[in-house]
Design a protein around this ligand. Sequence first.
Ligand code: CP3
Length: 356
Amino acid sequence: MNARERFLRACRREPVDRVPVWLMRQAGRYMEEYRALRQRHDFLSLCTNPELAVEVTCQPLERLGVDAAILFSDLLIPFLGMGFSVTYHEKRGPVISPAEGSHAGPDRFTIPDAARDFAYLPASIEGIRREIGPDFPLIGFCGAPFTMVSYLIEGGSSHSFQETLTFMYRQPDRFSTAMGMMTRVLIDYALLQVHAGVDALQIFDTWAGCLTPYDFETLVAPWIRELTAALIPTGIPIIYFIRGSAGLLSSVSSLGVNVVSIDSFQDLAEARQRLGWGLAVQGNLEPMCLTLSDDALVARVRSMLKIHASKPGWIFNLGHGILPFLEASKVKLLVNTVKEYGQTGHIIQSNDRSTP
Ligand code: CP3
């Protein structure tokens, strides 16, 4: 079974030989080769120059031996085509502001022409495909409407989401306009990637965990459903991630996605039970577990595999992205452990195998 079949079959809850593994933020500063490239190029160049994006996307495949590639880009890239400028700061994180000469706000920005404004995305995707070949899966991604709108309202990262929630409650019409416009942008942005050849698409709703279940269901989930409704006809699996989704799983189970990426603050078996077995899951090792001793890390991963590997529809991942200070050798040990002990014992019918 090749890596692409293994990954896509797991997304569809079909039997696989071994649990597939990839890691959120698998390309990044924890890797020496990434830091070396970053000394010569700023972060946005890595995202918008296809040659560099191909190189960074492939770094973790060589270094870690993961089972899937994820397009190297950033969640905030769509803003570049909407009349905003984005700058990244070492400590503060990203800062979003109206670009010179534009009057962009959370509900009055330019709707980009995706094919023109993000032409580097299909170029990167085609370049990555040439590198990885047809038997290796490539994941594309975009933000979800709420997380993207929250970045526009806050102007950057936030812990409390005070501005976003105040805007949502005090100016519901403007909030709804912003969500609708953002959904339109994200549909075009995601379809551009799908048409260029990604095998699956992950929607990052990183900050939706700040919402009450009622607000998530009534004010946010309808826009996610509009986004997934536009993607479902393409037939590719859709993965959906929220950091802190425990209180929201009943809405999450009806978003139209195929895979739910579970954070590390909930028990994976319990999350599966609550989502219902119609959905695959991805996750959910706590990223800080990568500071454990080698023996303890292996034991921890093996205990997860023992509980979950035999149940179809699981992709091994972290509960959130790899952190910059973690050691690449530890990350590699994690991947090796899943590959060594992740056999599922599933019965695969002979006509399911495309490789003899
Ligand atoms: O997973 C991958 O390997 C693909 C690349 C990827 C990046 N960002 C690269 C990146 C992906 C999928 C993202 C998504 C992303 N970006 C999210 C959602 C996922 C998550 O982590 O919750 C969010 C919220 C962002 C926004 C963002 N981009 C922040 C808050 C920051 C600053 C924090 C930090 O780590 O510096 C970024 C910058 C960023 N995005 C870096 C990388 C490798 C570091 C930039 C650098 O090299 O200086």
